[in-house]
Design a protein around this ligand. Structure first.
Ligand SMILES: [Zn+2]
Length: 248
């Protein structure tokens, strides 16, 4: 299993313990996702300690784009070829840390960088379906994952193409039915990935910091919802994730 979205630089436990626990739980790789330039560099440093097991991304989260203008450094970092994706980037109209205009401008500039460097984009989208849909239409050629997907099947199916993927967190373990569950049921398995978004988004019953080891609980939940055996599902998700992030 690959945890396609973790913020290891936020975890309180020592990295060594987190990795050991994850390996024991069957995790084979972790994508360590930046929220700004500083955390991207931290993520890369952690990846350097476990090059076979951790990969880093670089990007500025929509809750951190207020006043952000250092695209020069962002571009320089991405040009090193050391990052496996641009992210996380996107729109967050729930927290609304800055205006829609500023969020959209920063999101598009980063999608331009993903396009330029032929990197996949990790997208955060909260209460922004309409603007997201319009922007994704302009970037159909960029490979992307809508992370912590929590919107409807209708929205998912309106934006899906061969370059568009959806990843699910522990949030789905809290629901028996509802729009996210329905979205999982309707999406093609080959367009699904799993993630913890740790230290956030604890699966049901997990106290304290969420960790990559818990990604198995999300696999369990998806296995309940899809007409495919857990072991087969695990294989498919692993292949999808490896291809998406171009991991060996
Ligand atoms: Zn995240």
């Amino acid at each position: 299993m690959i945890d396609t979205h973790a913020h290891l630089f936020y975890l309180k436990n020592p990295l060594k313990d987190v990795i050991e626990k994850a390996k024991k739980a069957g995790v084979t790789h972790i994508i360590n996702v930046a929220i700004d330039i500083k955390s991207g560099k931290q993520a890369l440093k952690q990846a350097g300690q476990y090059p076979e097991f951790i990969s880093a991304t670089m990007g500025v989260h929509p809750c951190d784009v207020a006043g952000f203008s250092d695209f020069k450094t962002l571009k320089k970092e991405l040009s090193t070829g050391k990052y496996v994706a641009v992210g996380e980037i996107g729109l967050d109209y729930y927290h609304m840390a800055t205006s829609k205009e500023e969020q959209i401008a920063c999101f598009k500039k980063q999608l331009d960088l993903a396009r330029e460097f032929k990197l996949p984009a990790i997208i955060h989208s909260r209460e922004s379906d309409d603007d997201m849909k319009a922007i994704l239409r302009e970037y159909q050629d960029v490979k992307k994952v809508l992370h912590c997907f929590s919107s409807s099947a209708e929205f998912a199916l309106s934006v899906i193409n061969k370059n568009t993927y959806f990843s699910f967190t522990g949030m789905i373990t809290l629901a028996k039915r509802g729009k996210v569950i329905n979205a999982i049921k309707q999406l093609p398995i080959e367009h699904i990935m799993i993630e913890t978004d740790c230290p956030y988004m604890n699966p049901i019953g997990i106290k304290g910091d969420n960790e990559p080891a818990n990604v198995s609980l999300i696999l369990d939940k998806i296995a309940e919802l899809k007409p495919v055996e857990r072991i087969k599902l695990k294989q498919i998700l692993e292949i999808t994730s490896r291809k998406f992030f171009k991991l060996l």
